[in-house]
Design a protein around this ligand. Structure first.
Ligand code: EPZ
Length: 419
C-alpha cells in the first residue's frame, strides 16, 4: 500500500497549472454514449476517470487515450452494446450511476448497480430515480440493481427537485436531452460542471438553456455525431492549491489554466480571511499574509462555499487567530478528517454539524490515514505546514481526483514523495 511522506514547513513558490475537472469529465463521459464520435480534451488522468472509461468499454464503446496527452477519443459504433453498469465498477466510482440517463435515452433500457454509500454519507439516488420516473421511465430495484425501461422513449414534463442534487440534475439532463416535448427542471444544481455538461449536450444537438436554478430542454431532432469538447478546469483542485498557498506561499505563486470568475465565492472567502489574491484573465497570483482573520462558513450548493473544499479550509483555519466555525450542510458524515487533524495537534470540536476550530495551533507531523478524496488532500495540506514529517496512508483516495499532486507541489518547492 503506497504512502505519502511529507516534510513540513517548506515555503511554496513558483507556478501551479490546474488540470481539467474530474466532476465535469465524469458526466460528459456518460453523455458520450449518445454520440457517434467524441474527442474530449483536458481530461484529468485520475483513477475515477479510468474507472468511468472502463465502464464505457464494458458497455461496448471504443475508447482511446492519446499518448502523452489529456485527450480521449470515444467511438460508439452501436455494436454489441451492453446496457449494464456492473457493481464492480459502480461501487468504487459512484458517478457510474450517471450512465443510467444516457442508456435510457439511447437504448430505452438500463441495468445499473445501486452505487451504495461511501465514507462521507449514504449517498442515496432517490432524486435521480424520481426524475427518471417523471420522464416516463419504468424503474424497478432488485438485487442491488436499478432496472430502468422506457420502451416508447422518454416524454418531457415539469420536474421540481425537492432538494438540490448535482448527480440527479445530471442524470435528468442525460435522460431529458432527447425526450419528446419540452422538459423543465426546477431547483437544479447549477455547478460549473453541470453547465459544461449542458454545453456538451448542446454540441450534440440538444437545445438546453438555464436561468437561475431552472433548466429547460426543448425537443430536438438535430443529430450531430462527431464532436470535440474541452473540459473546464477543476475548481476544487484550484481551491485546494489556493489554500496551500494561503498557508505557505511567502512569495507570489501563480496558479494558471483557470477562469477566476468561476471561483468568485471561494476567492472572496480567502480575501475575507486576509489572503492576498490578484486575479488575471486565466490565472491568479496568491501569497500568504501574516495575520489571517477567523470566519464562520456554511457549505452550500454552488455558488455557495463548496463542501469539497470544507476539509481543506479547516486546515487553514487551524492557523488563524481566534475561533472559526464550519457548518457542513451537504453531507451527513464529512468530518472524518477531524480526528486525524487532532492527532496532529489541531484544536477542533464537533457540535451537531458544525466544526469549531481554535487557532492558531502548531501542527506536528504524524502518521495519519486518509478516508476519502478530500479528507486525504486536507491531510497533505496539514503535513505541508506541520513540524517535521507526516506519513499519509491509503493515498489511493487521493489518486481518485488529484492529477500529478506530488509533481505540482514539488515544482513549488514542497518536500513530498510517494513511498
Ligand atoms: C457531486 O456528488 C460531486 N461528485 C461530489 O464531489 C460533491 O461533493 C457533491 O456533488 C456536492 O457538490 C461528482 O460530481 C462526481 P449531490 P453527488 O447529489 O452528485 C443528497 C468529490 O469529492 N442526495 O449533490 O453525489 C446527498 O446524500 C465528490 O469530488 C439525496 O438525498 O452529490 C447529499 O447529502 C464528493 N438523494 C446531497 O443530496 C439523491 O438522489 C447532495 O448530493 C442524491 C443526493
Amino acid at each position: 500500500m503506497q504512502k505519502l511522506l511529507i516534510k513540513g514547513k517548506r515555503e511554496l513558490s513558483g507556478k501551479i497549472s490546474i488540470s481539467g475537472s474530474k466532476n465535469a469529465t465524469l458526466p460528459i463521459l456518460a453523455a458520450s454514449i449518445l454520440a457517434k464520435e467524441v474527442r474530449l480534451k483536458n481530461i484529468p488522468l485520475v483513477k475515477d476517470i479510468f474507472t468511468m472509461i472502463d465502464l464505457l468499454n464494458f458497455i461496448g464503446l471504443k475508447t482511446k487515450i492519446i499518448k502523452k496527452s489529456n485527450i480521449i477519443e470515444i467511438k460508439n459504433n452501436e455494436k454489441n452494446i451492453n446496457t449494464l453498469a456492473p457493481y464492480k465498477l459502480v461501487k468504487t466510482m459512484r458517478a457510474g450511476v450517471l450512465v443510467l440517463g444516457s442508456l435510457l435515452t439511447k437504448y430505452g433500457k438500463a441495468k445499473v448497480s445501486l452505487p451504495g454509500g461511501c465514507a462521507i454519507g449514504t449517498r442515496p439516488v432517490d432524486l435521480h430515480l424520481f426524475a427518471l420516473k417523471k420522464l416516463g421511465a419504468k424503474i424497478k430495484i432488485k438485487n442491488g440493481y436499478i432496472f430502468a425501461e422506457a420502451k416508447k422513449g422518454l416524454k418531457g414534463t415539469i420536474i421540481n427537485f425537492p432538494s438540490i442534487s448535482v448527480g440527479a440534475t445530471e442524470n435528468a439532463l442525460l435522460a431529458a436531452c432527447k425526450a419528446k416535448g419540452k422538459t423543465v427542471l426546477k431547483n437544479c444544481a447549477i455547478e460549473p460542471e453541470i453547465k459544461d455538461l449542458i454545453f456538451f449536450l448542446n454540441k450534440l444537438g440538444s437545445i438546453i438553456n438555464f436561468k437561475g436554478r431552472t433548466i429547460t430542454i426543448y425537443e430536438n431532432k438535430l443529430k450531430s455525431s462527431n464532436i470535440t469538447h474541452e473540459v473546464i478546469f477543476d475548481r476544487i483542485e484550484l481551491g485546494t492549491y489556493m489554500i496551500a498557498c494561503a498557508l505557505l506561499a511567502k512569495k507570489n505563486v501563480i496558479i494558471d489554466k483557470i477562469d477566476p470568475k468561476i471561483v468568485k465565492n471561494e476567492i472572496n472567502v480567502l480575501k475575507i480571511l486576509g489572503v492576498k489574491i490578484l486575479k488575471k484573465k486565466s490565472s491568479i497570483i496568491i501569497k500568504k499574509k501574516k495575520k489571517l482573520k477567523n470566519i464562520n462558513i456554511t457549505t452550500k450548493p454552488y455558488p455557495g462555499f463548496p463542501t469539497d473544499l470544507q476539509a481543506q479550509l479547516m486546515v487553514l483555519l487551524t492557523q488563524v487567530e481566534g475561533v472559526s466555525k464550519i457548518k457542513e450542510n451537504i453531507f451527513e458524515n464529512r468530518f472524518m478528517h477531524v480526528p486525524e487533524l487532532k492527532r496532529m495537534g489541531a484544536q477542533i470540536e464537533i457540535k451537531d454539524k458544525t466544526a469549531i476550530i481554535k487557532g492558531p495551533t502548531k501542527l506536528t507531523g504524524a502518521e495519519v490515514m486518509a478516508t476519502d478524496l478530500r479528507a486525504s488532500v486536507c491531510l497533505v495540506l496539514a503535513g505541508l505546514i506541520a513540524e517535521n514529517r507526516t506519513i499519509i496512508n491509503r493515498i489511493y483516495h487521493l489518486d481518485r481526483g488529484y492529477e500529478f499532486l506530488e509533481r505540482k507541489l514539488k515544482n513549488c518547492k514542497a518536500e513530498i514523495k510517494r513511498i
